[in-house]
Design a protein around this ligand. Structure first.
Ligand code: BGC
Length: 716
């Protein structure tokens, strides 16, 4: 449709029409004819059937039939088609691993392919725009939503988010970058909690990921739930107007989060729904999700001169333009093809793709040469996740647990025999029933290898699922201790949506594979990795703490004036450390083993000084000196030693995936340029400050080879 027609449409709309167009509610309300649902549980919306029939968009519906039905119903009364949105986060029906796990593949093509696959599945079911990617920087593993993020590094998050966007868009799905901004900094990792982030930290750590997304032209941004520096994000003009609209030039749709506008009352910021509407419209939040202040107060606010009708028209125009760009005016049922969908899900290609993603995202944390296992050793599967199919996370759309491969199914089909299994304890993290441990140990005593599948359930991470203690539950620790006493080979496979504290059990295990929530083919992937049909290559994108008290812990921290050797417990006072814990994480950012050994040598620079507008090169030789083929992620970090604002001890600035056969070697080159060392400085500008830099290269953020270069003072 031509742009002028959108303007004509807007001219014909009443203020009430506009308010409805700018509102999003649950699809369930539209699907039902009963007023009861609307006034029941979600009575706070105070909407009647006329309102429901007129709203411009809906969220979360269950498949193509429903999408068709609600669109049809909507068009009986409206000229403008309904927008349908859904949380397609890490799969639609064919599920790939959690985003935190996908980040650890460092594989942007794989991420793009997975997003594309889920985008196609979703589009065939009538989804127009997904509430993804989630780009929140995360540092505190107590926060349940770390599982939706790709981790603690702004550079990697930005690249990953772009790969997700490319994949979704290629499939024809619109995207919504979320949650803007700083939601990941929730105090004490408690969901929806307040955040305090200085401009320096926002600009250098929290904002770059979202900003990077603009390069892929996202359709939408979602406003986060958090109070930031005392003001709810829905009221934060600095970020919503000055930064997002004016500085970054984003002219797409901004949507609130679920009741995020209405919650300004609960926060103690806006005294009434009317004030909520006024604040949110002033900040140009184009769509109000699951609160109804626009419907109730937008018209009167305009009549009273409290808000500008031109601003409202601009907001409506953005929404209609997005609908138009998505092709909804030409075909409101765009994409829906239930037959094609049924033919494509569970195809070999989709299952192969998510299998590959699961294999690449599991992280081998420890291996005392017990892995890979021989297929002829007698093995038992122990633990609450040994025969658990629910390993696809909570944002599963139409993902079906009964369609998932558990570890037991995966191992049995690889070995071609039945494998003995015993639970040992329940998956409830609060459980203190130790009564199943003896039986599990008794059974385990008759085998050479014990694979213990432990961790947290898919319900224990995600939205609203924060944890105050991220250790394994004590009953699992006891189970592992008792299994270790049997003096068999003990392999832990750990499930979960966040880094968990493994310090108490790490010493008992011969090997640890961190499986996250690996998706529909999780059990196959784990079996393939354990038996060497594929090799582990996943890396951690969040530091794994030694104890919960270290949270938040992240590799790109500042030095402090009194740093402490991170691997020595402090008994001296007056340094930045704990008296009862090391400063270092148990496993650092970027860490993950494989079944062979790579070494780095001959690290050198083309020039040890860098001039404005030029680039220097860093050369690195890599060799596979182990006994198998394998893959490593070569990581490049930079440290600006002295600056007008202190800089992190290191920051990821580049990476390359290197695959080498046994004995093979290769040379790789990184380019280093001025842009890579720019930061938001004390002058409030992005700039590179001349001086000394350290450049580090390694296979994780801790074990690195360091050399220096100088950024030359610019000639005037
Ligand atoms: C979450 C969002 C999500 C929305 C819609 C909210 O509770 O914070 O991430 O997109 O619900 O389901």
């Amino acid at each position: 449709m031509e742009e002028s027609k959108i303007d004509d449409l807007i001219k014909r709309m009443t203020l009430e029409d506009k308010a409805h167009q700018l509102t999003q509610i649950n699809a369930d309300f539209v699907a039902t004819d009963s007023k009861a649902t609307v006034t029941g549980l979600t009575g706070y919306l105070k909407l009647d059937n006329d309102d429901v029939e007129k709203v411009g968009s809906v969220l979360n519906f269950s498949g193509g039939e429903m999408a068709k039905a609600i669109q049809k119903k909507h068009l009986e009364k409206n000229e403008i088609p309904l927008l349908l949105m859904q949380d397609v986060i890490h799969g639609y029906e064919t599920m790939y691993p959690l985003n935190i796990a996908m980040g650890g593949t460092f594989d942007l093509d794989l991420v793009e392919d997975c997003a594309y696959m889920s985008g196609i599945e979703a589009k065939l079911n009538g989804v127009h725009v997904t509430f993804a990617p989630m780009v929140d920087l995360v540092r505190d593993a107590r926060w349940g939503r770390v599982n939706e993020s790709t981790g603690e590094d702004p550079y990697l998050n930005g690249l990953m988010a772009r790969a997700f966007i490319r994949g979704y868009k290629k499939a024809g799905l619109g995207v919504c970058v979320k949650h803007f901004a700083g939601y990941g900094a929730a105090e004490s990792g408690k969901d929806y909690n307040v955040t305090e982030i200085s401009e320096y930290t926002l600009r250098n750590f929290y904002l770059p990921g979202y900003k990077e997304c603009l390069k892929e032209k996202p359709d939408m941004f979602m406003v986060s739930f958090n109070v930031l520096n005392g003001v709810p994000m829905a009221a934060n003009s600095h970020l919503l107007i000055d930064v997002l609209r004016n500085e970054w030039g984003f002219n797409g749709v901004v949507i609130s989060d679920y009741n995020g506008i209405g919650e300004m009352i609960t926060h103690g910021y806006a005294p009434s729904y009317k004030e909520c509407a006024k604040t949110a419209i002033t900040n140009q939040i184009d769509i109000e999700m699951m609160s109804s202040s626009y419907i109730h107060y937008l018209p009167s606010l305009i009549h009273e001169g409290e808000i500008n009708s031109l601003v409202v028209d601009k907001m409506v125009k953005r929404v209609l333009t997005m609908k138009n760009n998505l092709g909804l005016f030409e075909n409101p049922f765009r994409g829906i093809d239930i037959k094609k969908y049924k033919d494509m899900i569970r195809t070999k290609a989709n299952r192969k793709l998510v299998l590959g993603a699961a294999e690449k995202s599991c992280v081998l944390l420890k291996n005392n040469r017990v892995l890979p296992l021989e297929t002829d050793t007698s093995v038992i599967l122990i633990g609450p996740y040994a025969d658990e199919r629910s390993i696809i996370g909570r944002y599963k759309c139409l993902g079906r647990v009964d369609d998932c491969i558990s570890v037991k199914i995966g191992v049995e089909s690889l070995l071609g025999v039945e494998v003995e299994t015993s639970k040992g304890c329940s998956s409830n993290i609060l459980d203190n029933d130790y009564s199943m441990i003896d039986e599990a140990c008794d059974k385990a005593s008759r085998h050479e290898v014990i694979i213990a599948c432990v961790g947290e359930s898919s319900e224990d991470s995600g939205e609203g699922a924060s944890r105050a203690d991220i250790s394994l539950p004590s009953v699992q620790i006891e189970l592992i201790k008792k299994l270790a006493e049997l003096k068999k080979k003990l392999v832990l496979v750990v499930f979960g949506g966040r880094p968990q504290v493994l310090s108490e059990v790490e010493k008992y295990a011969d090997a640890i594979l961190y499986a996250w929530e690996p998706g529909s083919e999780g059990g196959t992937a784990i079996a393939n990795l354990l038996y060497g049909k594929s090799y582990p290559s996943g890396k951690l994108t969040m530091s794994f703490p030694r104890s919960t008290g270290q949270c938040p812990i992240y590799y790109n921290h500042f030095n402090t004036g009194r740093p402490k050797n991170p691997d020595i417990i402090s008994n001296a006072n007056f340094n930045s450390s704990f008296r009862d814990e090391l400063n270092s994480p148990l496993y650092p950012f970027g860490y993950g083993l494989t079944y062979t050994t790579f070494i780095i040598s001959n690290v050198h620079l083309s020039n040890d000084s860098l001039s404005k507008g030029e680039a220097i090169k860093l050369y690195v030789d890599i060799k596979n000196i182990g006994e198998r083929d394998g893959q490593e992620v070569v990581q490049l970090y930079i440290h600006d030693i002295y600056a007008s604002c202190v800089r992190p001890v290191k920051e990821l600035k580049g990476f390359k995936i290197v695959k080498l056969k046994q004995g093979e070697e290769s040379s790789i080159t990184f380019e280093i340029n001025e842009d890579m060392v720019k930061f938001y400085s004390s002058k409030g500008e992005y700039e590179a400050e001349p001086g000394e830099f350290e450049v580090m290269v390694g296979f994780n953020s801790k074990d690195v080879t360091t050399i220096n270069f100088t950024l030359k003072r610019w000639e005037i």
